[in-house]
Ligand binder design. Sequence first.
Ligand code: GLN
Length: 488
Amino acid sequence: MHKLTLKELSAQLQARKISATELATLFLDRIAASDLNAFLHVDRDLTLAQAKAADVRLAGNDAGPLTGVPIAHKDIFVTRNWRTTAGSRMLQDYVSPFDATVVEQFNAAGTVTLGKLNCDEFAMGSSNENSFYGAVKNPWDKTAIPGGSSGGSAAAVAARLAPAATATDTGGSIRQPASLCGVTGIKPTYGSVSRYGMIAFASSLDQGGPIAKTAEDCGLLLNAMTGFDERDSTSLQRPKEDFTRSLNQSLQGLRIGVPKEFFGAGLAADVEAAVRAALAEFEKLGATLVEISLPKTELSIPVYYVIAPAEASSNLSRFDGVRYGHRAADYKDLADMYKKSRAEGFGDEVKRRILVGSYVLSHGYYDAYYLQAQKIRRLIAEDFQRALAGENRQCDVIMGPVSPTVAWDLGDKTDDPVANYLADIFTLSTSLAGLPGMSIPCGFGQGEKNGKRPVGLQIIGNYFDEARLLNVAHQFQKATDWHLREPA
Ligand code: GLN
């Protein structure tokens, strides 16, 4: 039962083959037996109470497609009952007085919350090793990182501890862990998913989305989690859409843009081989490959690592030991209390970003760094528009690797923040442009010590083209079985 997709689980629930309570119990038992450190908070009673309510809805024929389906939430979405830590010591015992909009939407749909998932502190990281609560292990090889920052979400779905999970992506944190754990994830167009109650990292980039086994399941989850929210000032005012509406279209004639900048030096040979094989599979499905150029790709790293820390330094100023979270036990005066509380509450990577962010926003450096980065951000977005939009557009979707390598070993890059930043090369530009992007499993790397390590294919589309991306992924998943492979 734990191997089934959301779609299949939903059918089992509707047909009364299993109850929401039985299903929740099954996953809670799997979580209790797991040693991956994917979950930060589990509360059986709360979960089972939700399951019971779902069973009442199912019995009363008041159920939607997600009623009774268990999912888990990244610990960056605030929840009224479960603690919310954002992977930080700062919020160690924090319980929110309200639910994030995303959580509210899922609760209304009748999903059953299995618990809160580990992540890098305030979603800053690519390996989950920045979590105050310890790294998550990659279920394919427990000596490897799961990716980040949504490492708990990706590892939980890969290990079948949850059939699906929420996640967030600021510069790749849905796509990269999905890729490194061999699961499917999508970051929708910026503004599609409400950021209300999603603890802020870099507000102009942060975007929620789902991680699941299949593209079809991601569509079902997006149906529940998107929509206008007046409490989020950058929420898009668009009519509700059905993200599964295009799922059975042929790929005949689809033009796939293959950016040459995504296949240069630095891309590991095993990742390149798996991605090229996937592209060949798409050709068999009727698509044609077109070489394109996204010349500003390389600049996305310096641009992102100016803009994201700048916004983070502002967002994280609210953690002052007064309004939220950790307060130092001993201090001399108010300034000393701020300093000690923040010094104790934040980890090294968060402090590094606050320092960088404060620096690039300060008088004299603002024009040189922050403003310059904003200008290049626009040029990066224009690269994509040349490829994907207008009369002379070259392609319908763009494909390439998600990560330049398979998952690296735990501990390998912990002393070298820049090595972590460089691993974001293929995901940052999509985020800076606000475009939708997804990752689907497409193979495995070669020659690892302790087990196979998955490779993900990235699929990027123009704004609001999620339904097409999901169909493109779905057709691939109908023709291949990478998404059904499971860790031992
Ligand atoms: N790895 C990137 C960072 O550390 C992206 C993180 C994210 O998307 N939340 O900022």
